[in-house]
Write a protein that binds this ligand. Structure first.
Ligand code: C2O
Ligand code: CU
Ligand code: CU
Length: 490
C-alpha cells in the first residue's frame, strides 16, 4: 500500500482524482439573500444524529430459480437514524430499502406501490437491461395511490457488480432521494451464505424539526449537500472484526450531490472494480473519488487500531456562472464509517473477483462521434438554467439517435464553473481521455465526472436494447432543473 504507484492505481487516481477547476470572478455576494432564506425556515433547534452507531445493513432479498419478485412500497415513515428519529421517505419502511441480490440472467419483478402524495417511479441505476415498456423506463410516472409492475430481465452475460435503485420522476428526483429513497442491487454468482459482502449505502441528509429539511433555490442550484453523512442510514457506524481480517465493502454513493473523496490512509484497501467494471487485478489505493451515483468494490484489512474511513472535503466549484464570488459548493470532511478491531467472529474468506468481459473499445473502429456540452445559463426558477447542448430536458424530444450495433465516441464538455457527473443509462462508457490526459487501461463506468471547464471523451458500444432512455447530470438537483437529454437507440 505504501509502495510505488502502480499503473492501475494511476488509472484509478488519474481518472477520478481530477480536481475542480476553480473559475474566479468576483461579484455580489449572496450572503444576504441566503440568510433571509434560512430565516424563513423552521427555526427549530435540530439535533443531528450522533456518530458511532452499531453496524447495520439493509435486509437482503435474493433471487431464487432465476426470479426475484417483490413489492416496494413507497411511503413516509419514522426512521431511526442512529440515536434520533426522523420522518423520511422509505421503501418498505427502511432507509436504505432492501438490498436486491441477483444473478446474471435473472428476472426482476417489482411491484412499486406509491403511497406518497406526489408521483414517483423507479430506476435500476447501472443495470444493463431494456429501458422499454415496463423495463427500466425513466418515462414511467406512477401517480399517488397507484402501482406499477416493473419486469426487468438481466441478460445471461450481465456484468457482475454493484448497482442501485432510486426514484427517477423528473422534477422531484432530488427531493425524493434526499428524503431516503435508495437501495442497493448486487449482481454476482456468489453464495452470500458463504461469502457475504458488506453493502455500504452512503447518503447524506439534513434533519430539521424531526423531518428531512427542505432546500432553498440556491441550494438546488449548487446541488444540495446534507449536513449528516450516513452509511446504511446511520452516521459513521462502527464495523468490528478481528485485526487482519479482510472485509469486502460494496460502496454506493447515493448522495444527491456530494462527491465522496474517500481516503484509505492507514488502511490496506484493494479496489476490485468501479461501477459494473471488475478488474483482473485489484488496485491498491489511498484515495478513490466516487461521484454521485458511482459504486466501488473494495477489500479492506481490519486495522490493529480503530480507524475511520474519511470522505475528505471536496470542492465542486461555483454555481451561478461564477458571479457569486466565493460561494463554492464545498462538502466538509466527514467520516463514512469506523473500523474497530474487536472480538467479533472472523469474517469468511472472500472469493476472488470474477473479471467481467470488458472489450477494450479503445482499439475498435468508431461509427460516429458527437459532442455534448453541459452548461448553465441565466433565467429559470432557481435563477439558473441547467442545459445540455443549450436545451433543457423535454421528454418528447429525441436529442441523440444512435444505431444498435454501433460504437460511438462522445466528447462531453463542461462549459460551466462547477463539476457535473455525467450519467448515461443502460450502456456503460469507457473513459478514454479526461482533463486533457489519456486514460491508461480500460476504465468503464456509468457515471463519469466532468470537472468544471474541462472535457471527457468516452466510447460507448450500443450493442443491445433498442428504445428510448436518458442521460443527465447526476447532481440530481441539476437533473430536476433540466440538465438531462433523451437518447433513442434503434
Ligand atoms: Cu442514478 Cu438516471 O440515474
Ligand atoms: Cu441511472
Ligand atoms: Cu450538474
Amino acid at each position: 500500500m505504501t509502495g510505488g504507484i502502480t499503473r492501475r492505481q494511476a488509472l484509478v487516481l488519474g481518472s477520478v482524482g481530477v480536481g475542480a477547476v476553480v473559475v474566479g470572478g468576483a461579484g455580489f455576494a449572496l450572503t444576504e439573500l441566503l440568510s433571509s432564506e434560512q430565516q424563513a425556515g423552521p427555526g427549530l433547534p435540530d439535533r443531528a444524529p450522533a456518530a458511532g452507531a452499531a453496524w447495520q445493513e439493509p435486509d437482503v432479498l435474493t433471487s431464487r430459480d432465476g426470479v426475484l419478485d417483490l413489492e416496494l412500497s413507497v411511503a413516509a415513515a419514522d426512521v431511526a437514524l442512529g440515536d434520533t428519529t426522523v420522518r423520511m421517505l422509505t421503501y418498505n419502511g427502511t432507509v436504505p430499502g432492501p438490498t436486491l441480490h441477483l444473478r446474471p440472467g435473472d428476472r426482476l419483478r417489482i411491484r412499486l406501490v406509491n403511497g406518497l402524495d406526489e408521483p414517483t417511479n423507479l430506476h435500476t441505476h447501472g443495470l444493463y437491461v431494456s429501458a422499454e415498456g415496463n423495463g427500466d423506463n425513466p418515462f414511467v410516472s406512477v401517480a399517488p395511490g397507484e402501482s406499477f409492475a416493473y419486469e426487468i430481465d438481466l441478460p445471461g452475460d450481465h456484468p457482475s457488480g454493484v448497482f442501485w435503485y432510486h426514484p427517477h420522476r423528473h422534477g422531484v428526483v432530488a427531493d425524493q432521494l434526499f428524503a431516503g429513497l435508495y437501495g442497493a442491487i448486487v449482481v454476482d454468482e456468489e453464495d452470500w451464505s458463504i461469502h457475504p459482502p458488506r453493502v455500504v449505502v452512503v447518503s447524506d441528509v439534513t434533519v430539521a424539526g424531526g423531518a428531512v429539511a427542505g432546500v432553498t433555490g440556491f441550494e438546488r442550484m449548487l446541488g444540495r449537500t446534507g449536513e449528516t453523512l450516513l452509511a446504511n442510514g446511520r452516521p459513521a457506524p462502527v464495523l468490528r472484526g478481528p485485526a487482519g481480517d479482510a472485509q469486502r465493502l460494496l460502496l454506493i454513493n447515493a448522495c444527491a450531490s456530494r462527491y465522496l473523496d474517500l481516503r484509505f490512509g492507514g488502511l490496506d484497501a484493494q479496489v476490485r472494480g468501479v461501477d459494473s467494471a471488475r478488474w483482473a487485478e485489484p488496485v491498491s489505493a489511498d484515495r478513490l473519488v466516487l461521484a454521485p451515483g458511482n459504486r466501488a468494490d473494495v477489500v479492506v484489512t481490519m486495522p490493529d487500531a480503530a480507524t475511520r474511513l474519511i470522505a475528505a472535503e471536496y470542492d465542486r466549484g461555483q454555481g451561478a456562472g461564477g458571479m457569486m464570488g466565493g460561494m463554492d459548493a464545498v462538502s466538509p470532511e466527514a467520516a463514512v464509517l469506523a473500523l474497530e478491531p474487536g472480538a467479533a467472529a472472523p469474517a469468511s474468506a472472500i472469493a476472488p473477483a470474477t473479471p467481467n468481459r470488458l472489450s477494450d473499445l479503445g482499439a475498435v473502429g468508431v461509427d460516429a462521434t458527437r459532442t455534448l456540452t453541459m452548461s448553465m445559463g441565466m433565467g429559470g426558477g432557481a435563477g439558473m438554467r441547467f442545459l445540455i447542448d443549450g436545451r433543457g430536458f423535454a421528454p418528447g424530444r429525441v436529442d441523440q439517435s444512435v444505431r444498435i450495433g454501433s460504437v460511438e465516441e462522445w466528447t462531453i464538455v463542461n462549459d460551466s464553473p462547477m463539476d457535473h457527473p455525467f450519467h448515461l443509462h443502460i450502456w456503460p462508457m469507457q473513459v478514454l481521455r479526461q482533463g486533457g490526459q489519456d486514460v491508461v487501461g480500460v476504465d468503464v463506468r456509468d457515471v463519469v465526472d466532468v470537472p468544471a471547464g474541462s472535457a471527457v471523451t468516452v466510447r460507448i458500444a450500443f450493442d443491445a436494447f433498442p428504445g428510448r432512455t436518458v442521460y443527465h447530470c447526476h447532481i440530481l438537483d441539476h437533473e430536476d432543473l433540466g440538465m438531462m437529454g433523451v437518447i433513442e437507440a434503434s
